[in-house]
Ligand binder design. Structure first.
Ligand code: SF4
Ligand code: MG
Length: 336
């Protein structure tokens, strides 16, 4: 099948048992082979905790309490820790926003990539140096034979992120999870790293789950996306459908907040109000405090998930009677 990763009902709690915070609340995602799937949302909405749940790399106080995660048929949540280590850095790898925090400062970058290669390939050490240079070349590091000797502090942020990508590629992953991989980089370097990920995907056929708060990154890279808010998915869509006619009021606000020409680099921090704290029991819609289409029922009934005829999915009462048009809107979501 063309489904690579299937996440259903994933629920993750953080904090002590007496007052846990539900950072991921029953999310469903399907990622297809070879595609770029973007998880979009403001800071604190649960994107990173979702990724760490999938990788089973949650902090000590975090635990997945419900749901299933299937990677090409393997139920990741049922693997032993040893089996999961084999999956990480193998079929599934992850890169982070701050590459320097994942790199060892006192080890040459060549040795660090070599270590990733050995974890994957086991004994055959003779081929390792050639493979290291090959990986560095694959991620566009100039003069790799010389740069293997360098240490992380000698490299720019963009080069460090390329080293992290090379390490992730050592295991020939089917899925690369990239959590805000370009957020710490300046705009030109950002574009280069995103381009690199696209090129590597075309060559290797791996899927990428890209986490971002940047709508410009979505436009640039995504095949499909999910909008996350306060621990839940509020909308899923193809990138084309999303930019043509976002279905959820939150998505629409994200879009409206971008002046047309600035779309490519705009950030999501401009909607009034804040993402609600997750240490509360929600009754109605989690977006109600910030929603310009809020209705009485939004306050006391949680909206359920609906699949729309456009192929989009949405969690909002406006679509309770789906006739292709959201109800009660004077300034239509679907107007051009
Ligand atoms: Fe707005 Fe109601 Fe839809 Fe929530 S359910 S997004 S409050 S219209
Ligand atoms: Mg994050």
């Amino acid at each position: 099948s063309d489904v690579l990763l299937e996440v259903s009902g994933l629920t993750t709690l953080l904090g002590d048992a007496a007052r846990p915070v539900r950072v991921v609340d029953g999310i469903d995602l399907t990622i297809r082979r070879g595609e770029t799937f973007v998880l979009l949302g403001e800071s604190g909405c649960g994107k990173s905790m979702t990724a760490l749940s999938l990788m089973r790399l949650l902090p000590p106080s975090g635990r997945v309490t419900a749901g299933a995660v299937h990677l090409a048929g393997t139920d990741l949540l049922r693997l032993t820790e040893a089996e999961m280590r084999g999956v990480r850095g193998g079929r599934m790898a992850m890169i982070f926003q701050e590459p320097q925090t994942s790199l060892n400062p006192v080890m040459s970058v060549g040795d660090q990539i070599a270590e990733a290669v050995r974890v994957h390939e086991g004994g055959s050490r003779d081929r390792t140096p050639a493979r290291v240079v090959e990986l560095m070349r694959a991620v566009g590091i100039p003069d790799p034979a010389r740069r293997v000797e360098e240490y992380p502090h000698q490299l720019s942020g963009g080069m460090k992120q390329r080293i992290m990508i090379a390490m992730a590629l050592a295991g020939d992953p089917q899925l690369l999870i990239a959590d805000e991989p370009t957020t710490a980089l300046d705009v030109t370097i950002q574009a280069q790293v995103l381009r690199l990920l696209k090129d590597l995907q075309a060559k290797t056929g791996m899927a990428v789950l890209l986490i971002t708060h940047d709508l410009g990154v979505v436009a640039e890279t995504a095949d499909r996306l999910a909008v996350m808010y306060a621990g839940q998915i509020l909308e899923t869509a193809t990138t084309e459908a999303f930019f043509a006619a976002p279905a959820h009021p939150y998505s629409r606000r994200l879009m409206e907040s971008l002046p047309g020409a600035a779309k490519r680099s705009a950030r999501l921090a401009v909607i009034p109000g804040r993402v609600p704290h997750l240490d509360q029991a929600f009754v109605g819609c989690r977006f109600a405090e910030r929603c310009d289409a809020v209705m009485p029922r939004c306050r006391d009934q949680a909206p359920v998930w609906r699949d729309l005829e456009t192929g989009q999915g949405v969690r909002c009462h406006l679509w309770d009677e789906d006739d292709g048009q959201p109800e009660g809107l004077t300034h239509g979501i679907r107007d051009p």
